[in-house]
Design a protein around this ligand. Structure first.
Ligand code: SAM
Length: 289
């Protein structure tokens, strides 16, 4: 992420992509050009080249990622659970159509297979075409990409078949709604191996407190160890939450193994941040108590 560029000159023809984030609050990116715009079977897909956040992927009018700050989301969704587990070999990703989560999982040399279940093949296609630095994992021999519904995939998966499960879904509307329900999470627990770990995106504590409350309460019921943690993703309007469930290792102990050997370079996750991210602001603690 570079320094904030000097303010661009105001032009009468300024084009902006604006996400109506909340009642009376919006986030806007000045855009240089639209790279893709199309309606898939599941959602409207737009990709913009923005002035200061790089490419911006938008699904149904909601910002999914920007090149500038996606590391704060993908690295924290992936590496906190992946380093909590002692040695994850088989990893399941639900959603994550842009490929960022898969890319991060495959940085771990201990991973033998990463299965990604994404309902909308068009999102992956757009990412392959326009976001190669995110979609790099799709061509990794360890990656198995399934186009399908994560709910039915997990429902049909054998007991104890994955070490880590990561849910990188859109918000709880439409096809993603069932991914935030207790039935799905208890199926995930069945599919986790002994000492398995699951982490899910659990929404904005500022604008979707009810999502975080619900997910944290379900995880507390289903897993012997559970916690929520935050990351900073400006394009999402500030802090973003993740919720982790563990059948064994405790994330509070920090990474279970050294980062050396990880492929490529990280831009966000660090061993000290692994522990620090578990410390929550008071208003968030109250949601997950
Ligand atoms: N980082 C983003 C966020 O926090 O909102 C999510 C990124 S990723 C693009 C979300 C993906 O979840 C989308 O590609 C969407 O198609 C996929 N998805 C939604 N519901 C799904 C389901 N039931 N099964 C599999 N994938 C699903």
């Amino acid at each position: 992420m570079g320094l904030i560029p000097a303010a661009a000159p105001k032009r009468a023809t300024d084009l902006w992509y604006t996400e109506p984030f909340d009642k009376g609050w919006r986030i806007a990116f000045r855009i240089r050009q639209t790279l893709y715009s199309g309606e898939s079977e599941y959602q409207q897909i737009d990709l913009f080249e923005s002035e200061s956040f790089g490419k911006v992927l938008v699904l149904d009018g909601m910002t999914m990622l920007t090149e500038r700050d996606e590391c704060g989301y993908h690295e924290m969704l992936v590496h906190l659970p992946m380093f909590t587990h002692a040695k994850p070999k088989r990893v399941l990703i639900i959603g994550g159509g842009d490929g960022g989560t898969l890319r991060e999982v495959l940085r771990h040399p201990c991973v033998e297979e990463a299965v990604q279940v994404e309902i909308d093949s068009e999102v992956m296609e757009v990412s392959r075409r326009f976001l190669p630095e995110l979609a790099s994992g799709f061509s990794d021999p360890r990656a198995t990409v399934v186009v399908g519904d994560g709910i039915s995939y997990v429902g049909n998966a054998p007991d104890g078949s994955f070490d880590v499960i990561l849910v990188d879904s859109t918000d709880p509307i439409g096809p993603a709604e069932g991914l935030f329900k207790k039935e799905f999470y208890s199926q995930c627990r069945r599919v986790l191996r002994e000492k398995g770990v699951i982490a899910v995106q659990s929404g904005s504590p500022l604008f979707q407190p009810e999502v975080l409350r619900q997910v944290a309460a379900i995880f507390k019921e289903l897993f012997p160890i559970s916690c929520s943690y935050l990351s900073s993703v400006p394009a999402y309007g500030g802090p973003w939450s993740f919720t982790l469930g563990s059948l064994g290792p405790d994330p509070a102990h920090g990474p279970s193994r050294p980062l050396e050997g990880l492929k490529g370079t990280l831009r966000y996750y660090t061993p000290s941040l692994h522990k620090a991210a578990l410390a929550l602001p008071r208003y968030v603690e109250e949601m997950v108590e």
